[in-house]
Design a protein around this ligand. Structure first.
Ligand SMILES: [Zn+2]
Length: 320
């Protein structure tokens, strides 16, 4: 359907061009005739005929456009009359003045990661849970404001629809406007004036990566709608109730470790366990350990990482 419409439109443009070029060539030929011919009567007669032909061709080609123009001018006139005399028009203006809806903006939160691989593997849900934990009160306010706006928008919508029911021929007769034109114009005015600022609940989590020298910058984001957010909120409240909030930051901190960081720690520690000194040559299975565990708020940073063999690592966790 749409393709056909565009083709039709395109063909119309072609018609216009062909007409314009055709007429232009005719007038050029005529100009040449004027230069060559000495018979003035002839020149005037041909000129008049050409003028008439041009006029008829233009009328035929542009008749639709001319008609459309006249119709739209008429519709404009009808609308202006409605804006001066229609009670329904004044009612919708009044309704719009009664409610004012500011734009409802999304709730944003940002995180930075320091490795490109972290950006690729990041788990947005965990970051959202951290945001809920950090900005609980702000999010609560956001939700309240949304509910408020949403309620008042629904009220507005009901009143708007109620008002629209009165668009009928009664007023058309009263204002001496053609019924169909009245209904068409009034509906268009109503549609135009309708407040379309529907509040949309959106929590957006941004994760930014910027290379050490700041040359490479990338970001990813995820948008949570109302339902998705409420689900995560339930999950958050359950974790909080069970005293398991640390699980979120642990997961995030663990995910922050990259292969290259693991290698850097092993290299710094000369590929030896920092407790017993065993290396993989001795058959030890070397692991990178958080000195302060992530569950206790330890960060994934070089200064908080050390090389341990698996045996010492198990021994350490048993003690903690
Ligand atoms: Zn060891």
């Amino acid at each position: 359907m749409k393709k056909q419409y565009y083709r039709k439109k395109f063909n119309n443009y072609n018609d216009d061009w062909e007409t314009a070029v055709g007429l232009f060539i005719l007038w050029i030929i005529y100009s040449i005739v004027v230069f060559v011919q000495k018979n003035y009567k002839m020149i005037i007669i041909i000129g008049l005929i050409l003028f008439l032909v041009t006029l008829i061709v233009l009328l035929v080609v542009y008749r639709k456009k001319i008609k459309n123009y006249l119709v739209s001018k008429h519709i404009k006139k009808v609308k202006n009359k409605l804006k001066k005399k229609s009670k329904l028009y004044f009612n919708i203006i009044e309704l719009n003045n009664k409610y004012s809806f500011e734009e409802f903006k999304p709730f944003y939160d940002n995180y930075n990661v320091y490795f490109k691989s972290n950006l690729e593997t990041c788990n947005f849900d965990d970051y959202l849970l951290m945001t809920i934990d950090k900005k609980y009160d702000l999010l609560k306010q956001y939700k309240l404001k949304y509910d408020e706006l949403n309620n008042s928008y629904n009220k507005y919508n009901d009143e708007y629809n109620e008002l629209k029911k009165y668009i009928s021929v009664d007023e058309a007769i009263e204002l001496k406007i053609n019924n169909d034109e009245y209904i068409k114009c009034q509906n268009e005015i109503f549609e135009q004036l309708k407040n379309k600022n529907i509040p949309e609940f959106k929590v957006v989590i941004y994760i930014n990566y910027s290379s050490k020298k700041g040359r490479v910058k990338k970001k990813k984001y995820k948008i949570y709608n109302k339902e998705q957010f409420y689900n995560k909120m339930q999950e958050y409240l359950k974790l909080k109730k069970d005293n398991e909030l640390y699980k979120i930051s642990s997961r995030v901190e663990r995910a922050r470790m990259s292969e290259s960081m693991r290698y850097d720690v092993l290299k710094r520690d000369n590929f030896r366990c920092q407790i017993c000194g065993a290396s993989s040559k001795d058959g030890a299975n070397l692991q990178v350990d958080h000195i302060i565990p992530v569950s206790k708020g330890g960060k994934t940073e070089m200064s908080n990482l050390q090389t341990l063999c698996s045996r010492c690592n198990i021994g350490k966790s048993n003690k903690m």
